[in-house]
Design a protein around this ligand. Sequence first.
Ligand code: CDP
Ligand code: MG
Length: 141
Amino acid sequence: METLQRTLAIVKPDAVAKGAAGDIIATIEQNGFRIIGLKMLHLKKAQAAAFYAVHVGKPFFDSLSAFMTSGPVVVLALEKANAIADWRKLMGATNPANAEAGTIRKKHAESIERNAVHGSDAEDTARFELSFFFSGYELAK
Ligand code: CDP
Ligand code: MG
């Protein structure tokens, strides 16, 4: 049985800057996700670092923080049966060179860093990431 889940999506600065946010949000809706929260933000360095705390110490961390603060992002709370895995599948592989046809990263990602979208990878990270950007009162019933 599939459980109703929530997950966090981010349209990253590269995709917002090139005007792909609308296409990505339409794709999200067309694939059966209910958007229960949405906002545009320009992250500060400390916020990006806190969000990506799991990657502290990795070689790409400083560059990733700089990229994520380089322009506005759109953050979305999504709801659907099996939302976490289904959103990861629709996103495609982290490295667009490995992304399958039909995925958002195949269509919009420029590189392994500038890869258009983010998605939570498990139930515990989804809970953390949703609460990082949204208070309960901000989410649609
Ligand atoms: O975003 P995803 O969960 O697919 O990948 P991750 O391994 O959690 O990495 C987070 C983000 O760091 C990626 O989406 C890329 O933007 C960036 N990254 C990078 O710049 N270089 C790498 N070798 C791996 C990740
Ligand atoms: Mg990840």
